[in-house]
Design a protein around this ligand. Structure first.
Ligand code: HEM
Length: 128
């Protein structure tokens, strides 16, 4: 199995992941409720995000956290997100970049959850 090396790999990874997410009974309604008919725009943005993170080609200039600040999400949602992310990566790729993709996803989920805790009830530590 090959590793993640080019933009086509990122596109396959992101497309496959969000197909799973859209079909998921916990996450699907949240994503579809916000994104509605803007999926092409969201997917393009996520290609650039992961291209920047994994391929060091700097095409994403946004701020990842703000769109999540008001979402009705808690630990269970991040657990589900991560389970799909790991399964998708492992079903398509193997190697150092594939490992990094899973590691980064975990770190981002932890950071988002920690920020949400902090803003919601003043507990937890915002890591960034
Ligand atoms: C329960 C988990 C999550 C849910 C429900 C969720 C949902 C969403 C939604 C609804 C948007 C906004 C789409 C739009 O309005 O265009 C978004 C954007 C985004 N998400 Fe997530 N997300 C989750 C976890 C994550 C994680 C763990 C990461 C990072 C690895 C991530 C990275 C991003 C990025 C980079 C954006 C685009 C931000 C921008 O506008 O520049 N998300 N997400």
């Amino acid at each position: 199995m090959k590793d993640i090396t080019v933009m086509e790999d990122i596109q396959l990874l992101v497309n496959t992941f969000y197909e799973k997410v859209q079909a998921d009974e916990l996450l699907g309604p949240i994503f579809n409720g916000v994104i509605q008919d803007r999926w092409p725009v969201h997917l393009e943005k996520m290609y650039r995000f992961w291209q920047t993170v994994l391929l060091e080609e700097h095409t994403y200039f946004g701020r990842p956290f703000p769109p999540h600040a008001q979402l009705p999400i808690e630990q269970a949602h991040f657990d589900t997100w991560l389970r799909h992310w790991h399964e998708t990566v492992d079903s398509l790729f193997a190697g150092p970049k594939a490992e990094e993709a899973k590691w980064r996803g975990g770190k981002m989920a932890l950071m988002f959850m920690s920020k949400l805790d902090y803003y919601r009830n003043g507990t937890g530590t915002p890591l960034l």
